[in-house]
Write a protein that binds this ligand. Structure first.
Ligand SMILES: C[S@@+](CC[C@H](N)C(=O)[O-])C[C@H]1O[C@@H](n2cnc3c(N)ncnc32)[C@H](O)[C@@H]1O
Length: 211
């Protein structure tokens, strides 16, 4: 399903702040060398994350699903000097690639990579310690990522979940991923201690605030 036409997406990109040169280089290399470059969240989602960080004054961020480091670096660029990002990634190959980009950036010192299954990593973080959590890893585990992230968020903290429309498949979920994403959206909607909004940006961005 084509959620948004290529022309409209390009127009939105043209009217928005562009990525820095380093991020553009990261995107180009990812497009050239990675098997599934569509995993990049991209400048519209990245720009939204940056604005949320700046508007809310977020300082402590958790990311679940790093890939080649695009969204991590995009968020690090928006953080103040004493801001921190903890990011979880399963695949060693991506950890190495992302590290090489972080080493080239003046904001790389804000990033700590946690290599391994995100579910295992999440137990090591302090409850109520994050201002913003970006969930963008394996879709089947989204219900569990949502549960644990809600505990890890501070009151007033924000979670952002990518791919919540899953190319439209959530309308009539057939496989495990689509079912897990639909279940996550419903868990969030029915949690009265959260304020939530699902936006048709790219592949669907769900944002919620912990009350
Ligand atoms: C959609 S990509 C992340 C894209 C990234 N946020 C960006 O904007 O460029 C999902 C990433 O999650 C990783 N991943 C998949 N399952 C995981 C798991 N169980 N624990 C940690 N990372 C996982 C994948 O290896 C992949 O790099």
């Amino acid at each position: 399903m084509n959620l948004i036409s290529k022309e409209i997406e390009q127009y939105c990109l043209n009217q928005s702040q562009p990525d820095t040169g380093l991020l553009q280089a990261l995107v180009n290399k990812t497009l050239k060398e990675e098997e599934i470059p569509q995993m990049l969240s991209g400048p519209l989602v990245g720009g939204l994350l940056q604005l949320l960080i700046k508007i809310t004054g977020a300082k402590n961020i958790l990311e679940i699903g790093m890939f080649t480091g695009y969204s991590t670096l995009k968020m690090a660029e928006a953080l103040p000097e004493d801001g921190e990002i903890h990011t979880c990634e399963l695949m060693e190959k991506h950890v190495k690639t992302a590290e090489s980009w972080f080493n080239k950036s003046n904001d790389g010192y804000k990033i700590t990579i946690h290599h391994g299954r995100a579910i295992d990593q999440l137990n090591s973080f302090k409850i109520g310690s994050f201002d913003l959590i970006f969930i963008d890893a394996d879709k089947i585990n989204y219900p569990e990522y949502y549960r644990r992230s809600t505990t890890l968020l501070k009151v007033g903290g924000i979670a952002v979940l990518d791919n919540m429309l899953w190319d439209g498949e959530v309308l009539n979920p057939k496989d495990g991923n689509a079912k897990a994403l639909r279940e996550t959206a419903e868990l969030i909607k029915n949690n009265h201690r959260l304020e939530s909004l699902l936006l048709p940006v790219r592949d669907g961005i769900l944002i919620y605030r912990k009350l």
